[in-house]
Design a protein around this ligand. Structure first.
Ligand code: SAH
Length: 392
């Protein structure tokens, strides 16, 4: 086997790695071998102390560490990582008799930067965000097979939209194992959902809202509920099954709304309507109609440069919903933009309440669930935040 390439850092640049932060920025590197994108590298301090082994890319984040121990990266390594992630989710009770869908690998949160894997009742959707994870896909599939045995039905690689541009062109989304074609039905807290990972957004379903959807059940009985940015109706199904008198889903994607109708039928829900419309237009003439409103927009800011505009977007959207909701109503409001931290989001919502002239009380602060683990050494992994507000 070819020896693993080496990187030596400038003096003093080892501290973040010693605190288990998994990124090495290009400016920290003093000496490196001639490296290919995606190549495995061992990182050392200026004093030759081993710091970690990771994947190299010729970019501002130059190395993503996959092990802080000096180990060989072989089939056992990949299996241990995948199996540990699976055991963690099983032990926490995330996968159980009423839920057979979860995020199995959440990048850095599971010690595998550059990799996202979602699990849908035995089917896997695999997304490589780095060329290294794409190059390691066969070893990763072996690890998945060893972890799930016969329980593994298919692996769909949906990396063409997540790989860096220069690699994405040559990659097509495809099954690496088994077959799809059918639309699979999964259970989340006993609510049933059709998942169409081939045509749907991201990996097919927004697995990260499971616990927040469950919380909505608590506030939906006897209420008129509006689920905006509804996608395939995740929040809507929970609200209706919990006894809402009426549930409306609004999303600008017609296929998503069609699927929300099918999901309502699948759960034998009769009082659901789906609208493929822009949320801002839809809300215009809806004064005092809804007791409960859910706002779960897509990331308004994907990079720091557009942070200011994103804040303006959150204030505008929240102020609109706060103006429309009935007195004594409950607003579920979210942001999934990683670059908007929770204090900034809370302050934006406060600004919206002032703008709308509504007094509010915070009933809950919400976050991402444990299958999207935040590790304290890597605060960048925290992205989903939300609030439940009582609106006077
Ligand atoms: N709440 C959903 C996930 C929402 S993802 C769930 O639990 O599954 C964000 C959604 O917002 C996407 O489906 C996208 O189609 C929709 N969207 C984006 N901009 C919109 C707009 N201006 N009006 C309506 N829907 C919009």
């Amino acid at each position: 086997m070819k020896p693993v390439a080496k990187i030596i850092l400038h003096n003093g640049k080892e501290h973040s790695l010693l605190r288990f932060h998994p990124w090495v920025f290009s400016g920290a590197i003093k000496i490196k071998d001639d490296l290919q994108d995606g190549e495995l590298v061992e990182v050392f301090s200026a004093k030759q102390q081993f710091l970690g082994v990771g994947h190299y890319s010729n970019a501002s984040i130059s190395v993503r560490i996959i092990s802080f121990k000096q180990v060989e990266i072989n089939d056992d390594f990949w299996f241990n990582k995948i199996n540990k992630a699976y055991e963690y989710r099983k032990n926490l009770g995330i996968l159980n008799e009423s839920t057979n869908v979860c995020r199995l690998i959440f990048g850095e949160g599971d010690g595998l930067p550059g990799l996202i894997i979602d699990y849908y009742a035995g089917h896997i959707v695999f997304q490589a965000h780095s060329i290294a994870m794409h190059l390691n896909r066969e070893a990763l599939i072996k690890a998945l097979q060893k972890t799930f045995g016969d329980g593994l039905k298919s692996v769909y690689d949906k990396s063409s939209e997540t790989l860096p541009k220069q690699y994405a062109q040559g990659v097509k989304n495809q099954y690496l194992l088994g077959q799809g074609g059918e639309r699979v039905v999964v259970k989340e807290n006993n609510c049933e959902f059709i998942i169409d990972w081939e045509n749907g957004q991201k990996t097919g379903f927004f697995v990260d809202q499971r616990e927040n959807r469950s919380l909505l059940s608590k506030y939906s009985k006897g209420k008129k509920v509006l689920n905006t940015f509804s996608y395939t109706g995740g929040f809507s199904v929970y609200a209706a099954l919990a006894g809402a008198t009426l549930v409306h889903s609004v999303d600008s994607s017609a296929p998503a709304i069609e699927l929300s109708r099918q999901n309502a039928d699948l759960n034998k829900i009769k009082n659901h309507e789906g609208y493929d419309e822009d949320v801002f237009d839809f809300l215009k003439d809806k004064d005092n109609v809804y007791d409960v409103i859910v706002l779960d927009p897509p990331a308004f800011a994907k990079s720091r440069d557009v942070k200011h505009n994103a804040v303006k977007g959150y204030i505008k959207l929240n102020a609109l919903a706060l103006r429309k909701i009935k007195p004594g109503g409950i607003l579920f409001t979210f942001s999934c933009s990683g670059v908007i931290d929770k204090m900034l989001f809370y302050n934006s919502v406060a600004a919206a309440a002032i703008e709308a002239g509504r007094n509010v009380k915070v009933v809950h602060y919400l976050c991402q669930p444990a299958d999207h683990p935040v590790i304290p050494f890597f605060p960048e992994g925290e992205y989903l935040k939300g609030m439940v507000l009582w609106v006077e």
